[in-house]
Design a protein around this ligand. Structure first.
Ligand code: FMN
Length: 308
């Protein structure tokens, strides 16, 4: 029997859809593949204004669910051998459409079903994946794999290009800066995972899938990221609460605090970043062994509450 696979995803610019298309490109002839898209009732703007972009932070971090359109009944009633779940982090948490979906009754589609998560992001995804793991555990999904694609340019370069992309809508290279987002060659190379997934499905051996995916480079993770995310998430939680005290999304009463957050974040990234990298390196040297254990944990699928 041909395995039946559902590719369920949200993608604002289409980048994640491109990654998912590449992932299944070599197995289309051997498996029955269906797509379903998560769609917010009110679409997010693209390109964003700076105020709209940073105003999305508080509710993303607080996991306030936005309404999303229902999944078609044919999809909800389908029995899938595997659901490939594509999502992206926003402000170190699952994007708002992803959280919105995971809070609906439609998330029951994951119940007792093997799930492979696919993340396409700039380069900070650990905390978001922990949250997705916890949602999936709540609906009794069986997480069987995780593939992560990031922009592998240096951190400051990827920040500049993501700013150009988000606020001008320009993904293409310009001046000294390369194209934004996940590199095209990495998107194309994602097809190598398709046959690994197919083989494990056909052999009914999904419990061994993540080991095989990891040995093909499905998750690249440096210990420094653990430290950066620990710091980032603490600050985001503080600012999320502080901004939400003044009102909900788009409320002019909170615009001052949103802009304060934006300015501080940019200062932290562009001016304090070298100092912060130096202290992170120090911490890395002191806590190397425990951070290496963290790296092992984050590459795997197990969920332990409060790891980040
Ligand atoms: C509001 C917003 C916040 C983002 N925050 C993060 C983040 O915390 N970490 C990260 O690696 N990428 C972040 N990104 C980049 C996205 O994860 C993603 O790669 C990009 O939006 C393209 O995805 P898509 O077009 O498939 O939706 C953010 C993007 C947006 C729009």
């Amino acid at each position: 029997m041909r395995p039946r696979i559902l590719v369920l995803y949200y993608s604002q610019t289409g980048q994640l859809r491109q990654i998912l298309d590449s992932l299944v490109s070599d197995i289309k002839g051997k498996a029955d593949i269906e797509y379903a898209q998560i769609e917010p009732v009110t679409a997010f703007p693209f390109p964003w204004t700076a105020l709209e972009f940073f105003d999305a932070m508080p509710e993303t971090v607080a996991h306030v669910p936005i309404p999303v359109k229902p999944l078609p009944a044919t999809v909800m009633n389908g029995k899938y051998d595997l659901i490939i779940f594509g999502y992206q982090p926003w402000f170190l948490n699952p994007s708002q459409p992803t959280t919105g979906f995971l809070n609906t009754e439609f998330a029951q589609i994951f119940k007792d079903t093997p799930v492979l998560t696919v993340v396409g992001c700039r380069n900070m995804w650990l905390h978001a994946q922990e949250k997705v793991k916890s949602y999936l555990a709540k609906v009794n999904a069986q997480l069987v794999g995780n593939i992560v694609l990031t922009d592998t340019n240096p951190n400051l370069v990827s920040l500049l290009t993501v700013i150009r992309w988000s606020f001008k809508g320009q993904k293409e290279a310009s001046g000294m800066l390369p194209a934004a987002g996940v590199q095209q060659r990495d998107i194309e190379a994602t097809s190598r995972f398709g046959n690994i997934i197919y083989k494990h499905l056909a052999e009914d051996n999904l419990f061994d899938l993540q080991r095989a995916l990891l040995s093909s480079g499905a998750v690249q993770l440096r210990p420094g990221l653990v430290i950066l995310e620990q710091r980032g998430i603490k600050n985001f939680r503080f600012w999320s609460k502080f901004i939400r005290e003044k009102g909900g999304p788009g409320d002019p009463a909170r615009a001052g605090r949103v802009l304060m957050f934006k300015n501080l974040l940019l200062v932290a990234i562009f001016i304090l970043s070298p100092i912060s990298t130096a202290t992170a390196l120090l911490k890395l040297a002191i806590k190397r062994n425990s951070l290496l254990k963290d790296v092992d944990y984050f590459k795997q699928l197990e969920y332990q509450e409060g790891r980040l």
